[in-house]
Design a protein. Structure first.
Length: 365
């Protein structure tokens, strides 16, 4: 009798253990999946449709998030101070956005603070590197383990676009309108000047660039000022203006479109601005553009954050050597002969036979 009771108890206990194991196992199988990545962006000075830096970054974010079926959102600060940027970064973090992309050097101090304040959030800063904003012995610089800093070789892109314009037009005066006088904008200018010198010395062109036609307007948002500056340059006989100025460049494009019958041109920047320059029957006053593959860089970072390969703590530079800068793949206003010349020079850049300096040296401004 005792053996029967013991056996019965043992069977009962075994069944309870098995039942518990099954129940526990089923609970583990039903653990919720990690939430899908939400990608945010905070705009720099200018607007999301500036046909330049902000727009290029946002288009990259949108392309990647659409492909991966992720949520994306951008916020436009009311100003351009560190506090303005931190406010919008905080709004995105509070809403569950785990990757935040910030285009422009003005974000440097905000990202310096945010990367430590929000360690579970990943940050991408384009054309800048996090620092505390000091320029003395107290300066601190840090690309956190949750941050990637991205730069571009604007001098190489400016060189190729300037060379293409010089070879296509052969003679005449060029001008340059920059936004703020910051390294990225300066390097476009210096690349242009080196291209003019190279083309004049080696390719039979006769292009000039006078000091009075190299101007930094001081903002990236004053469309009216850009149009006025372009009008003044064209009135002085300038044939083509290289614009690296965001919204200021939009104003210059508007002025060029108004004078399309006068044979004036714009050299675009950051993205292929051909469509922005269309004025009639598909014709455009954009001769070519100095392209930075901002959209590709932004899209790559979204994909990396989503698949667990985000290169946090690194500074990445896009150059001609990794096809990160150049001119558009399609240039309706450049002849086949011009494109052949540009490609020959590009090959020399990649081989190191030609080196474009990222420094001012004895150049204009």
């Amino acid at each position: 009798m005792k053996k029967t009771r013991f056996a019965s108890a043992l069977v009962t206990a075994t069944l309870l253990v098995l039942a518990g194991a099954v129940l526990f196992g089923s609970c583990k199988a039903k653990e919720p999946k990690a939430a899908a990545l939400k990608v945010g962006m905070v705009t720099d000075a200018g607007t999301i449709d500036d046909k330049s830096f902000n727009q290029g970054t946002w288009e990259g974010v949108q392309k990647a998030t659409a492909e991966l079926k992720l949520e994306s959102k951008y916020l436009k600060p009311t100003g351009t101070t560190e506090a303005d940027y931190m406010k919008e970064i905080a709004n995105l973090v509070d809403a569950g956005f785990k990757l935040i992309v910030c285009p422009g050097f003005k974000f440097e101090t905000a990202i310096f603070v945010a990367q430590d304040k929000y360690p579970e959030t990943k940050f991408v800063i384009i054309d800048g590197s996090p620092n505390n904003g000091m320029f003395d012995d107290t300066r601190q610089e840090k690309v956190g383990s949750n941050t990637v800093a991205i730069f571009f070789a604007e001098h190489e892109s400016g060189f190729l676009a300037g060379l293409a314009a010089a070879v296509e037009l052969k003679t005449g005066e060029f001008g340059y309108i920059g936004g703020m006088e910051i390294p990225a904008v300066q390097k476009f200018n210096w690349g242009l000047q080196q291209a003019i010198a190279y083309a004049n010395q080696n390719l039979g062109t006769s292009i000039s660039l006078k000091p009075e036609n190299v101007i930094y307007q001081g903002t990236f948002s004053d469309v009216a000022a850009g149009q006025q500056l372009a009008a003044q340059m064209y009135d002085r006989g300038v044939k083509a203006i290289f614009c690296a100025a965001g919204g200021v460049g939009v104003g210059a494009i508007n002025e060029a479109k108004a004078r399309a019958d006068k044979g004036v041109w714009i050299i675009g920047v950051d993205t292929d601005q051909y469509a922005q320059g269309i004025y009639a029957e598909g014709k455009s006053i954009i001769l070519t553009s100095a392209v930075k593959l901002i959209d590709v860089a932004a899209a790559d970072m979204v994909k990396a954050a989503n698949d667990g390969t985000f290169p946090g703590g690194q500074t990445l530079t896009f150059t001609v050597h990794n096809n990160g800068v150049g001119i558009p793949a399609v240039n309706p206003n450049l002849s086949p002969a011009t494109l052949d010349t540009v490609n020959e020079v590009l090959a020399k850049l990649k081989s190191g036979e030609i080196v474009v300096s990222a420094e001012k040296g004895n150049l204009i401004r």
